[in-house]
Design a protein around this ligand. Structure first.
Ligand SMILES: [Zn+2]
Length: 85
């Protein structure tokens, strides 16, 4: 829990540097946030089989899920690449 607030403050300072809240954050945190890398979620994000609606849990360690065979219905599913914001 104690790691959430500093991470959130860095994320706000990184993505919304001109916001009122970012201006109120400690300058050291804002400086660190400027160069911190924020990565998109790993493949563990929830993926739903379009054939049967079952969720697919990607094995850990994968950076990107491109294709899988549904364990519930056996159909193959191609996964669209995640949108980078
Ligand atoms: Zn399925």
């Amino acid at each position: 829990m104690s790691e959430i607030l500093p991470w959130l403050q860095e994320a706000i300072a990184h993505f919304y540097p001109a916001s009122t809240y970012a201006a109120s954050i400690d300058p050291a945190i804002r400086q660190r946030a400027a160069t911190r890398l924020f990565l998109p979620p790993k493949a563990g994000a929830q993926v739903i089989c379009p054939h049967c609606g079952a969720s697919h849990a990607a094995p850990t360690g994968l950076d990107e899920l491109l294709h899988f065979v549904c364990a519930h219905c056996g159909n193959s599913v191609q996964v669209a690449p995640p949108k980078i914001q």
